[in-house]
Ligand binder design. Structure first.
Ligand code: SF4
Length: 374
């Protein structure tokens, strides 16, 4: 059974009913269970669990320290291109937005990569819009090969590919795939993506699975928080994460919590997510997926990020630019979204050490994979 089959069994109405049916007894039962069932997931995401935030936070904190110790892994995003043929209403790179568009040449990619390498980063995430004819698999593979000497882990957050495309990325040196569903609510997804290849909900939904089949070492998923009800989105992210962990047990599953930020085009969150809701969601995901990396980007403010760390976050970005060529130039050009935490890597490391965490720039090397294949 593919994830799409499982997903289709969980209509929004069915998920809502499960969440609505949860009361204090269901929440307490869920908190007492070592492994969460789907009904526990719904109970902990429900309004009834809001009175148990302290217990949730303590358990999430304990689990995170047991599995990860006091470490936080740092990574940096590198935007390769802001060309895009899609119409995602919430995104600054939306094809309808008038802005300067550019795709970095391979030499420019290398120049940006060198800057990030000099800043200490060894884990990098490459991002692009979707632009057939301009940004293709061959370009991405060439970019990955160009920067491979500088980084021990290369992640992609790009357009969905078929399994051969992901295998091509693995061969080039990519080990990590991130693909957000944006919203798991199909009807809303249709409204938010009026045209372009991204309209194909099912193709996107199965992308993580295709990446797993192609042998990617880690697979990241998430919902763009602020588009739809976060409790239902949290349920679907949990359902998806559980499915991937079961079927691709050799891969690590990463869960991200991107909350909508101001972007060119002026899109406003349709269902704003409060800080308390974000805390609840992060804690629940930690309880559901004790071994998953939980990722928080510079979309969030410095102070909130500092406070969220003990609850289960294990990876954060630092000193980020969200525009192509943004590290080598002084003034930011068109960004995908505005960042809120603009501290550089050194400042983030100082903050982490002050909180008793070890900042980790490298926790993976391709040699591990090469050895395991011998
Ligand atoms: S979210 Fe991605 S696909 Fe959609 S407009 Fe932005 S860059 Fe393009």
């Amino acid at each position: 059974m593919t994830f799409l089959n499982e997903f289709n069994q969980w209509t929004p109405e069915r998920v809502q009913q499960l969440i609505d049916a949860a009361g204090p007894a269901q929440v307490e039962q869920a908190l007492a269970n070592e492994h969460l069932r789907l009904m526990d997931l719904a109970a902990l995401l429900s309004p009834a669990a809001e009175g148990y935030l302290e217990q949730l936070a303590q358990r999430a904190h304990r689990l995170t320290q047991q599995r990860f110790g006091k470490t936080i892994q740092l990574y940096a995003p590198l935007y390769l291109s802001n060309l895009c043929c899609n119409s995602c209403l919430y995104c600054g790179f939306n094809a309808d937005n008038q802005m300067e568009r550019r795709t970095l040449s391979l030499d420019e990619v290398e120049a940006e990569a060198r800057i990030l390498h000099e800043r200490g980063f060894r884990h990098i995430q490459l991002l692009t819009g979707e632009a057939p004819g301009a940004v293709e698999n061959a370009y991405l593979a060439a970019a990955v090969q160009k920067i491979r000497p500088f980084f021990s882990s290369i992640s992609i957050e790009v357009y969905p590919m078929d399994e051969c495309g992901y295998a091509q990325m693995v061969a080039a040196g990519v080990d990590n795939l991130t693909v957000y569903q944006e919203t798991y609510e199909r009807s809303l997804y249709d409204e938010l993506h009026p045209y372009g290849p991204k309209r194909d909900f099912d193709w996107r939904l199965n992308a993580a699975e295709r990446g797993g089949s192609a042998g990617l070492r880690s697979i990241g998923i998430g919902a763009l928080l602020g588009l739809s009800d976060w409790r239902k989105e949290g349920f679907y992210v949990g359902l998806h994460a559980r499915y991937l962990a079961k079927h691709f047990w050799r891969s690590r599953i990463n869960i991200s919590f991107p909350r909508l930020r101001p972007a060119d085009g002026g899109f406003k969150p349709l269902a704003p997510v409060s800080d308390a809701a974000l805390v609840q969601l992060i804690c629940v995901m930690r309880l559901l997926m004790p071994d998953s990396a939980l990722v928080l980007s510079t979309r969030e403010s410095a102070s909130l990020r500092d406070h969220l760390l003990p609850l289960g976050i294990t990876q954060i970005s630092a000193g980020s630019s969200t525009s192509p060529g943004g590290y080598g130039q002084q003034a930011e050009s068109s960004q995908q979204f505005a960042i809120d935490d603009d501290r550089d890597a050194e400042e983030i490391c100082s903050m982490l050490r002050a909180q008793g965490y070890d900042p980790v720039f490298k926790d993976w090397d391709r040699a591990f994979l090469d050895n395991s294949n011998r």
